[in-house]
Design a protein around this ligand. Structure first.
Ligand SMILES: *Cc1c(COP(=O)(O)O)cnc(C)c1O
Length: 218
């Protein structure tokens, strides 16, 4: 199967208002161009250095919307803000505040999602549910970053029912926060190659797909 055929098949299975974000970490610029030529405009990377090098080679592709999905170290925050339209992986209050400060300095209003950990997972960054409620009033006071939604990554090895349950909890959390605060969490960035159909069932607005489009990463 080619990249084009893979995308075609995926698009046939999801509603047209779900945004397919193609995850191109460890994949070539040639692969990105193939997806672009099909019509994909949303691309995601998780490492700054790798992303910047690809963006430089894709300067003529001005209408690409770049998404950052990796953990952000403080010393990389400036570059991420400068080179990405969306940041899915804002995973602590400290990072959110720092991004907001940088955004203020540059008068930009980047779109971000807050990364949440619905189930305990020592290998992942992000807010636990109760921690997010605790930080909410501080997050509400940030004026430059536009907190548009929640992002989650499921732990490995869940059953289908557990996946559905966890996506549903993420969806419900976003709804509840939107009701009880000034944040409008309308985006749900959830679902990867193995579980995107389940995520879509529970209201995902952005799915982040790598392997299923481009094949296994080395
Ligand atoms: C790599 C990655 C993906 C894509 O994963 P696949 O299983 O290859 O679809 C999605 N989201 C994040 C945060 C990633 O790091």
């Amino acid at each position: 199967m080619t990249i084009t055929e893979n995308i075609d098949k995926i698009l046939g299975k999801i509603p047209s208002d779900v945004r397919l974000v193609a995850v191109t970490k460890k994949k070539s610029v040639t692969a990105i161009k193939e997806a672009y030529n099909y019509g994909i405009r949303d691309f995601a990377e998780s490492r700054v250095q790798e992303a910047l090098s690809k963006q430089e080679q894709l300067q003529d592709y001005q209408d690409i919307c770049w998404h950052f999905i990796g953990h952000i170290q403080t010393n990389k925050a400036k570059q991420v803000l400068k080179h990405f339209h969306w940041i899915h992986s804002v995973d602590s209050l400290k990072l959110a505040e720092y991004l907001d400060k940088l955004a203020a300095k540059n008068s930009i209003f980047p779109h971000v999602c807050l990364q949440v950990k619905i189930l305990p997972d020592p290998n992942k960054y992000g807010w636990k549910i109760d921690e997010l409620w605790q930080d909410l009033s501080e997050l509400e006071s940030l004026k430059y970053i536009k907190i548009d939604g929640l992002m989650t990554i499921l732990p490995l090895g869940l059953s289908q029912d557990e996946c559905l349950d966890t996506f549903e909890k993420t969806q419900k959390l976003a709804i509840k926060i939107t009701e009880k605060s000034s944040l409008q969490l309308k985006e749900l960035s959830m679902g990867m190659s193995n579980d995107y159909l389940l995520a879509v069932e529970k209201g995902a607005t952005m799915i982040r797909l790598g392997t299923i489009i481009f094949g296994e990463r080395d």
